[in-house]
Design a protein around this ligand. Structure first.
Ligand code: EPZ
Length: 429
């Protein structure tokens, strides 16, 4: 299995284009199941999770065409199966998003329970509760969620989400789009990716209003049609590159980004001493001359500070001046990167869902292991500022969510390359 070799070097400088958002592209592609007409989605990021989603849709009988710009045309006019198998679901939890559309359009679905992952148990009870409220009968048998509407259309319902769930909101919004009557989702997720999906559904003929607020109203329609939709930029990829520039003392410009979607992150970068300017679709960051200042972080659902940027800011605080606390309120086990950073010399104490980070002068290289998508990005960035060569193992995590990360970092001056699994750095040779 390949590894990434990152060598500590100078400041990142230059400009980089942000790819389409993974967490928008996945539900958008899956929404093709709701219509028998062709759905065209452009600005798709080149990621392993996209490949997995295409594999899953293909297994359901959706015909997919990819054009030269990586736009995908999906035709679900001849869906031949409503079963999402464990082999695929276990590699990508977002597969759960087929449950709502299949149940709404075909009255039946069998989706493997996604199971937990490195960052937490990741239950899907809210997805199930919402579909039951709309009239689906749900059984859990042999590790599969089996939904059945008894040949009836789903019915509009008022659904209160006990917890704010991004894919829970997306699954139920898609199901409600074809339900008979009006559905109100209360305590809905407000993430930009939810708004992007609502925009696409409306382009297909759905009647969704309130996306982006905590109450989304969906007036069900009998059928949906075709649409041509462009995926919004990936705010987490953008935030990750901004942190890379901040911690390396660099100066970068990122394009094809929506600055207002990153407000909470830009605020924290300014608080750490970075100069940050932004326009319609660009952000410029210049790191401070001296050391960054530590910044306290508390993750929470959008528009608060995103959990997907938590690992990157643990790293920023590890080399900043002062002591900071980072509180993770969304997932119960999302500090695995801390153990790896400690091996690189970071001074971090973990206490439940709080990390107390004392800034140190610098990090040293060490062989480290990625455990989840955003933790792996944090370790790549750590390797770019640690003295020596850092080898990051299990980088399949990073390939799931970052489009050509080493090329994009290298074009800004980073020393990073993919090496074969047996490669040993000079230190460990
Ligand atoms: C989405 O995951 C994202 N994934 C995650 O990004 C992101 O970290 C997360 O939202 C939070 O922003 C996609 O959009 C594909 P949740 P999701 O349902 O929807 C609990 C990345 O790195 N919960 O909002 O699965 C859950 O355990 C990934 O790109 C229930 O208890 O997250 C968690 O504690 C990682 N029951 C909290 O809610 C449910 O039925 C928020 O989870 C659903 C969720």
């Amino acid at each position: 299995m390949d590894k990434l070799l990152a060598t500590g070097g100078g400041p990142l400088k230059g400009r980089v284009r942000i790819s389409g958002a993974k967490n928008a592209a996945l539900p958008l592609l899956i929404s093709s199941l709701l219509t028998e007409e062709t759905l065209r989605i452009s600005n798709i990021p080149h990621l392993h999770d996209i490949t997995t989603t295409m594999e899953l849709l293909g297994q359901l009988g959706v015909k997919l065409q990819v054009d030269e710009k990586l736009a995908i045309e999906a035709d679900a006019s001849e869906v031949s199966s409503v079963i999402a198998p464990y082999e695929l679901v276990k590699t990508m939890r977002a597969s759960i998003l087929v449950l709502g559309p299949l149940t709404a359009r075909f009255g039946h679905a069998e989706v493997s329970l996604p199971g937990g992952c490195a960052i937490g148990s990741r239950p899907v009870n809210l997805h199930i509760k919402g579909l039951e409220a709309m009239g689906a009968e749900i059984k859990i048998e042999n590790g599969y969620i089996k939904a059945d509407t008894g040949g009836e259309r789903l019915k509009g319902a008022r659904i209160f989400m006990d917890l704010i769930s991004v894919t829970g909101t997306e699954n139920l919004m898609m199901a409600a789009a074809l339900a008979d009557g009006t559905t109100v989702i209360e305590n809905a997720a407000r993430e930009p990716e939810v708004i992007d999906l609502a925009d696409c559904l409306n382009a297909m003929g759905a009647k969704v209003s309130g996306a982006g607020s905590d109450e989304i109203i969906i007036e069900g329609v009998e059928r949906l049609g075709s649409a041509d939709h462009r995926v919004i930029p990936d705010r987490i990829e953008a935030g990750t590159f901004l942190v890379a520039a901040a911690i390396s003392g660099g100066e970068i410009e990122i394009h094809d980004v929506i600055p207002r979607q990153l407000e909470s992150v830009l605020d924290k970068l300014r608080e750490s001493g970075c100069a940050v300017e932004s326009g319609d679709n660009w952000i410029k960051l210049r790191a401070p001359e001296g050391t960054l200042k530590s910044v306290n972080i508390r993750t929470a659902p959008y528009p608060a500070f995103p959990t997907d940027m938590q690992a990157q800011f643990v790293l920023l605080n590890a080399i900043a001046e002062g002591t900071a606390t980072v509180v993770e309120t969304v997932f119960e086990n999302r500090f695995m990167h801390v153990h790896e950073l400690q091996r690189m010399g970071a001074d971090i104490e973990l206490d439940g869902n709080t990390a107390v980070i004392k800034g140190v002068g610098g990090l040293h290289s060490a062989p480290v292991m990625a455990t989840d998508l955003r933790a792996s990005a944090c370790l790549v960035l750590a390797g770019l500022i640690a003295e020596g060569e850092t080898i990051i193992d299990r980088i399949y995590h990073i390939d799931r969510g970052y489009d050509c990360i080493e090329e994009k970092l290298a074009q800004m001056g980073a020393m990073i390359r993919r090496v074969p699994g047996h490669y040993l750095s000079r230190q460990s040779a």
